[in-house]
Design a protein around this ligand. Sequence first.
Ligand code: FMN
Length: 223
Amino acid sequence: MITLQEAVLQRHSVRNYKDKKIEEEKIALIREKISELNKEGDLNLHFSDDAGKTFRSFLSRMSGLGSAPSAIICSGPDSEDLEERVGYYGEQLVLYIQQLGLNSCWVGMFSRKQAEKLMPVENGERTVIAIAVGYGETQGKERKTKSFEEVAEMPEGTEAPNWFREGVKAALLAPTAINQQKFTIRLKEDETVEFIDNGGVFSRVDLGIVKCHFKIGSGYKVL
Ligand SMILES: Cc1cc2nc3c(=O)[nH]c(=O)nc-3n(C[C@H](O)[C@H](O)[C@H](O)COP(=O)(O)O)c2cc1C
């Protein structure tokens, strides 16, 4: 199996999928991982083997994800940091899916109504986003990215240590909604790191995803 660092490098959003079901063994592994992440992150991520119902609505046809055979619906007990936790733990799942040789795409634009038919949300829970999963027609492709200087801040007159550079490098490979990359990663005098959300659609989910990548790149304890 490829390492998490390799998964960070190889992952790209994939929007067109082969008409091929995911093997039962892989589904079992994904379900196992989901149950670990749900416990750790106090979430209710849910694997659905029938993404057709989730995505084949008018809106999803616009985003072109109707071919995905499976999906993960990301819900959890409502709280102020729900979006960020969905991003942080959901991206661990996305990278695990990459390690299993599958492809994926975060999907903000899908029918919540359809998704909640597949996975009714309990009282006090909220559905935030979904993740399409399957065997891609391609592995996706590299896209434009901001530079280190555009997203990183250091105390004046200081050089960034290597671990911080590696963290930012991995964070720049993180998926963000419409590739907006509206975040700042600030290294402080005391060598702690601050993550700043500069707004935009789904930017709280983005921030959680960015933290997940920064941790993998740098080894810095994020949460
Ligand atoms: C929170 C979030 C929501 C997204 N929503 C959609 C979506 O609705 N439709 C879509 O095609 N891609 C969606 N994406 C995928 C982004 O467009 C993609 O991650 C970004 O362009 C960067 O490309 P990459 O993932 O290949 O690195 C979403 C990504 C994130 C993180």
